[in-house]
Design a protein around this ligand. Structure first.
Ligand SMILES: [Mn+2]
Length: 272
């Protein structure tokens, strides 16, 4: 049995399947952990979701901003954008079933025995792992509930970017959602910048990547995340581990095998 980690498949189905073959992923014995953004940008989001759905308990997923966007588009909360290539998904007969399944996925996953954490964008430098877990569960409960559409509609917010210990109700959920699914860089006081998406090499001080902020996370953990494709080639300090190599932008899809720490990768196929 092996456990593999990857992120940001973004509808790149062919590259994803080729990479599973390269790494000799066995869907009867192995486990696949994915740090979100399964869909959009690439052309085959529907195929990626169907494949993952059929893996049943062999796959462990945390949701990314693009997965939440698909749920919102499907539910009429957000407009469909042709760059996301969602049309095939929206017209499919099993889209309802797949959305229901997506809504039941996690925002944060922790394995205390093996000291593994996974989330799409990151964890607030103000939190410890127990607090992060508590706030992730708050979001997961709303997402899997019948009122998920009302909840998601009120989550799109660029203003709640600063942590206070007395942050409550919708604002705490909004802050947590911004941290888990959108964060890349922070100001010295920990305030999130939700707009800078380029390489951290061009990041203007005093902004810093979130994983360079002072924090209290245990050093003997692996904290896997995706979301920041332009991190390619940047050294990310322990205990953090970046999994997004920008496949849908012409980069690579990568996969990390826990047991021997081996990395596998697959270049983006031209869509010509
Ligand atoms: Mn993302």
């Amino acid at each position: 049995m092996s456990t593999y980690f990857m992120s940001d498949i973004h509808g790149c189905y062919k590259e994803f399947i080729r990479l599973l073959e390269k790494a000799e992923f066995n869907c009867k014995k192995d486990y696949l952990w994915i740090a979100g953004d399964l869909v959009s940008r690439g052309i085959d989001s529907l195929k990626v979701l169907r494949y993952l759905y059929n893996l049943k308990n062999r796959v462990k997923i945390v949701l990314g901003n693009h997965d939440l966007n698909l749920i919102s588009v499907y539910s009429g909360i957000k407009k469909n954008n042709k760059n996301n290539h969602f049309d095939k998904f929206l017209a499919a007969s099993d889209s309802h079933k797949l959305i229901r399944w997506l809504r039941s996925q996690k925002i944060l996953k922790i394995d205390k025995k093996r000291k593994i954490v996974m989330t799409h964008a990151g964890i607030s430098p103000h939190w410890n792992l127990n607090i992060a877990q508590k706030y992730a569960i708050d979001i997961e409960r709303f997402l899997s509930s019948d009122n998920f559409d009302l909840f998601l509609e009120s989550m799109y917010d660029n203003k709640v970017t600063m942590w206070h210990s007395d942050l409550n109700g919708l604002d705490r959920l909004r802050y947590s959602m911004n941290v888990f699914t959108r964060m890349r860089s922070c100001y010295p006081d920990g305030r999130l910048n939700l707009f800078y998406k380029q390489s951290p090499k061009m990041l203007k001080p005093p902004l810093k990547p979130w994983f360079f902020m002072k924090h209290n996370f245990p050093q003997d953990y692996y904290i896997f995340f995706g979301h920041w494709s332009t991190l390619r080639g940047t050294a990310v300090p322990q205990p953090f581990f970046s999994l997004d190599s920008g496949c849908c932008w012409g980069g690579e899809l990568m996969m990390f095998r826990w047991e021997d720490k081996k990395i596998f990768s697959q270049k983006f196929f031209s869509q010509e």
